[in-house]
Design a protein around this ligand. Structure first.
Ligand code: KG4
Ligand code: ZN
Length: 346
């Protein structure tokens, strides 16, 4: 479908534990970006409780959409497109966003696109986010690493909306590994930011941990790393460990970062990518950002990251991905369904 450079898209994201809505102009310019996090609620349980998450999305969604309008100064008649995450994610959570979006589409007659959450994360690297942030240039092919709580994917980006999955994790995702490690060393939920904070005062070489390598394609494997940490902490757990929490955190973080950088650089080299883009919650990690940039630069490749506030789940990335997907393939009809295991095309 035809979408102008000033077309306005409302994005809705409810795939996990963030209820989010945003208005984006022309697929790049963020006019509002509202994220209602359920982090504190789930922290009481040490992780996300799906039933609690979907109920909370249902309570919040209308107010979050209204705030996205209030902060952007945009209203229903100004919009050109609706975009909503349809997978992957928690099925009950996805259903709240998709049902709301279908209701809005029916009531307003606006076209609607269902978005792959991973494609959304990739698109976040191309959003304009203030003068001091450099978005990824629209030059392709690029190699994308999407590292989050649910995914550690590598994808070739041939253009916005054109993705091919070339690598994934055999077991745990990078963020999931960090979340599990944080629980083991008593740092709470969500684990990634907690490990990063604790690691600041630690020695990344203090604890000898493996860098699991599947030796096949560009696959990650983080389960063995967690098991290695369990062994280091045996038999008395973190309380009786000979290691400091800071050293455990720094060493675990370093092992995860080393694996992510190794496979990403190998894939970028193999596919002759001109750019590397890194997105997803784990892309907020400063050690990963620094070490990926350094390793890429050594090979003459530029690496790009969204600003920290766009790394974790948000709806701007969904609105932007919607703009490009609708321009490329047209809108979906209202029979579009959630798919909790949706993947990028391979
Ligand atoms: O993309 P995201 O918000 O949600 C999913 O789609 O999963 O990613 C959440 C994940 C969590 O595992 C969290 O621990 C991790 O990203 N994360 C981080 C950081 N901030 C969030 N991991 C490392 N360092 C961080 N600063
Ligand atoms: Zn995500």
């Amino acid at each position: 479908m035809q979408l102008s450079e000033t077309a306005l898209t409302l994005g809705i994201e409810t795939s996990c534990d963030e209820t989010a809505a945003a208005v984006v102009r022309g697929g790049q310019e963020i006019l509002s970006n509202i994220v209602a996090s359920q982090e504190e609620m789930h922290a009481n349980f040490g992780g996300i409780v799906p039933e609690v998450a979907s109920r909370r999305h249902a309570e919040l969604i209308t107010a979050v959409v209204q705030r996205a309008f209030d902060e952007s100064g945009v209203d229903w008649p100004d919009l050109h497109l609706l975009a909503v995450t349809r997978g992957p994610g928690l099925v009950g959570s996805l259903l709240v966003g998709v049902s709301a979006a279908k209701g809005y589409a029916l009531a307003t007659g606006l076209p609607l696109v269902g978005i792959n959450h991973i494609a959304g994360h990739i698109t976040s690297s191309f959003l304009l986010a203030g003068d001091d942030h450099q978005p990824a240039p629209l030059e392709f092919p690029a190699l994308a690493l999407i590292a989050s709580g649910g995914h550690s994917d590598l994808a070739i980006v041939d253009g916005l909306g054109e993705y091919q999955l070339v690598g994934f994790t055999r077991d745990d995702a990078a963020g999931e590994a960090l979340d599990k490690a944080a629980r083991l060393i008593g740092l709470g939920y969500p684990g990634g930011p907690a490990i990063e904070r604790a690691a600041k005062k630690g020695d990344p070489a203090a604890v000898d941990l493996p860098r699991p390598d599947t030796k096949e394609g560009f696959e990650f494997s983080f389960a063995g790393l967690k098991t290695a940490l369990v062994r280091v902490l045996e038999p008395g757990g973190v309380e009786e460990s000979e290691y400091l929490v800071a050293d455990l955190a720094a060493s675990f973080q370093q092992a995860v970062v080393d694996c992510l950088v190794r496979e990403t650089i190998a894939a970028a080299t193999h596919y002759r990518a001109r750019r590397i883009i890194v997105a997803g919650g784990v892309a907020a990690n400063r050690t990963l950002r620094q070490e990926m940039c350094d390793a890429a630069r050594e090979r003459g490749i530029d690496a790009y990251f969204p600003p920290i506030w766009l790394c974790t789940d948000n709806a701007s990335m969904v609105a932007a991905a919607g703009h490009y997907q609708a321009a490329l393939n047209g809108p979906d009809d209202l029979t579009m369904e959630v798919d909790s295991a949706l993947q990028l095309p391979s």
